[in-house]
Design a protein around this ligand. Structure first.
Ligand code: ADP
Length: 599
């Protein structure tokens, strides 16, 4: 039975056909509503070219889905939404006669299985070689510019119930071209939107790397992937540095806290790493080369969260596997596209880098806090031992002095000298631990010229014994600064004492006090032993003494400059050295005119 929808085209058919076509061309180029445009095309084919039925199917994954149908209502109802595997149609195209871009499959050539699936009009064929037979099929595959199948157009019940003439086919081809363009445009728009969506998901994952701590990084990355890839679930797991426990995990929904399945997945991924390729597993898959041990758990998990497929991707850097990402997808969203798999690989790469950096930072922070603790302990130890040594030493020195007054003996002298040396060391140690990690607390006006004079006086005896001349110049007097008088005197005493101590007999030490609008400076020049460049690098570190044997033969503790730097910095100032080995040194102490804590 014929559906009765066919019309005989009139002689003037090309005119309305061309007019309809030009409207269509405009619509195809301007509209973003693909479904609407496809509807117009199939209706145009029926109304203007006189076919009884015209339909367009779009390719979704590997299935052609009938999306636009024009013709009688009952036919539309039967055909609309019908799904046919693309492979079936492609097989059929191979058996078809090529009519330009159209494909004609005459009755008798279509195989039976396909015939039972296809819509066949119900009417008796006319006995005429040019008559249209109900089992004849006329198609037009719709391809993209790059040759990818996008859909298929089918027509039936041609005008006059006759096989379309060459002229009629040419007109039909024009509509087919418009359908192809409409699908091609839609595909480009979808691809662009897809690229934007995937690109912004990858970007969000990369940005998650700036979160503080691994937990926050994973939580934010999970959120981004869940949203961006429309996943049923996203699980991310990072292994701890050394042991095999669960490490850090985050996800939608919360991952199983016991990490069930995590160990088998780790074993599988370890054996494939450093291959970073994502692995796609479908519900019901019975084998998976790359995930043999974890497949049963993955299947269990897919069933429990209602996922139809999962992508498992390892993450790591270089040879180190750091963890993995599991993303589950529902069956309703269609198969995973290659661009999506690429995006998942990129996400894993970005996250691997972030996890690696976060781990490095964690290690660094742990080391820093361990070092701080060690430093605090060292400080405490120095203070305690120094205090314990101080009392018996004072007693020894007192008694040695008494003995010295009674007997002038070399041994008594040696005891007194060495006890004094020990006493200096203990005092230095106490000063050193006292000035660690704190700002100068006392702030009174101090005249630096006065401080320098006192230091020169203190070093007087040493200078006389060593035949070193000490001179002093000052830009003006007084040169007042705010600070702790005891501490600043300690610094200047140390610099002047060192200058005299490390200068050979006949040498000169010159102390200069200078000022400018913002800084006050004390420069202590000497014509002494000088310090090599290598030693200068460590000069202000505690216990450092020059490697120069001549300097080493002079008693010292290597603490004076470390104490000095700490004190100067706690006053907002700085201490610097310029020196040439064998020629002499200049130590410059600069203090801000106004104490920063007061400013
Ligand atoms: P100490 O003099 O007690 O060893 P310091 O911390 O004051 O400790 O000095 C550290 C080291 O720097 C000294 O051991 C010495 O080798 C070197 N040094 C300091 N001042 C001078 C100087 N003016 N000339 C040559 N070497 C110096």
């Amino acid at each position: 039975m014929s559906t009765g929808a066919q019309q005989v085209p009139e002689e003037s058919a090309p005119a309305p056909a061309l007019q309809r076509l030009s409207e269509l061309v405009r619509r195809v180029n301007s509209s973003t509503d693909t479904a609407d445009v496809l509807e117009e095309i199939v209706h145009g084919v029926c109304e203007v070219l006189g076919y009884g039925v015209a339909a367009i199917a779009r390719l979704e994954g590997d299935t052609l889905v009938m999306t636009a149908v024009a013709g009688p209502d009952d036919v539309r109802r039967q055909v609309l939404g019908r799904r046919t595997p693309a492979s079936e149609i492609l097989d059929e195209f191979r058996q078809a006669d090529r009519w330009g871009i159209l494909r004609f499959v005459p009755h008798g050539r279509m195989d039976n299985a396909r015939l039972t699936n296809a819509w066949i009009p119900d009417y008796e064929p006319i006995d005429d070689p040019m008559a249209w037979h109900p089992e004849d099929a006329l198609y037009a595959p719709l391809y993209s510019a790059t040759g990818r199948l996008l859909g298929n157009m089918a027509v039936d019940l041609p005008p006059d119930s006759r096989i379309p003439s060459r002229h009629e086919r040419e007109l039909l081809e024009m509509f087919v071209v418009q359908a192809g363009l409409a699908l091609s445009n839609a595909q480009q728009r979808e691809q662009l939107a897809e690229q934007v969506r995937l690109g912004s998901t990858v970007k969000e994952v990369a940005q998650a790397g700036s979160q503080p701590g691994l937990d926050a990084i994973l939580a934010e990355a999970c959120e981004a992937v869940h949203r961006g890839l429309e996943a049923t679930q996203v699980w991310m797991r990072c292994y701890p540095d050394e042991d095999m426990s669960n490490g850090v995990a985050a996800g939608h929904p919360r991952p199983n806290p016991s990490g069930a399945g995590a160990a088998s997945l780790r074993a599988d991924l370890s054996s494939v790493w450093p291959n970073p390729e994502p692995v796609v597993v479908h519900r019901g898959d019975e084998t998976c080369d790359r995930l043999p041990a974890s497949l049963p758990k993955l299947q269990e998990m897919m069933a429990s969260v209602g996922a139809d497929s999962v992508v498992v991707v390892p993450m790591g850097v270089a040879l180190e596997l750091l963890g993995y990402i599991v993303i589950g997808f529902p069956g309703t969203r269609g198969p995973l596209q290659p661009a999506e798999v690429d995006a998942v690989a990129e996400i894993a790469r970005e996250l691997g880098r972030s996890v690696h950096s976060a781990r490095l930072l964690e290690t660094e922070q742990r080391l820093v806090s361990e070092l701080r603790e060690l430093d605090r302990y060292k400080g405490e130890l120095i203070t305690t031992i120094s205090h314990e040594l101080k009392t018996p030493l004072t007693t020894i020195i007192g008694h040695a002095e008494l003995l010295g007054e009674i007997h002038e003996h070399r041994s008594v002298e040696a005891i007194a000298r060495n006890a004094e040396r020990l006493n200096r060391l203990v005092q230095n140690l106490l000063d050193y631990s006292r000035v660690q990690d704190r700002l100068a607390s006392v702030r009174v006006d101090i005249d630096l010229v006065e401080v320098c004079r006192a230091a020169i006086d203190l070093a007087g005896m040493l200078a006389d014994t060593g035949r070193v001349t000490v001179e002093m110049t000052a830009c003006c007097e007084p040169v007042t600064v705010q600070g702790d008088p005891e501490e600043l005197s300690l610094v200047v005493d140390n610099l002047v004492n060192n200058a005299v101590k490390y200068t050979r007999p006949g040498g000169t030490v010159r102390v200069e006090v200078e000022c400018d609008p913002t800084w006050l400076r004390i420069a202590v020049h000497d014509s002494g032993l000088g310090i090599s460049e290598a030693d200068q690098v460590h000069l202000f570190s505690a216990f450092h003494r020059s490697s120069n044997p001549e300097a080493l033969s002079i008693p010292g503790t290597g603490l004076g400059l470390a104490i000095s730097r700490r004190i100067v910095e706690s006053h907002g100032g700085r201490i610097e050295v310029e020196s040439v080995l064998g020629r002499g040194s200049t130590f410059t102490l600069a203090l801000p005119r106004v104490h920063p804590a007061v400013a």
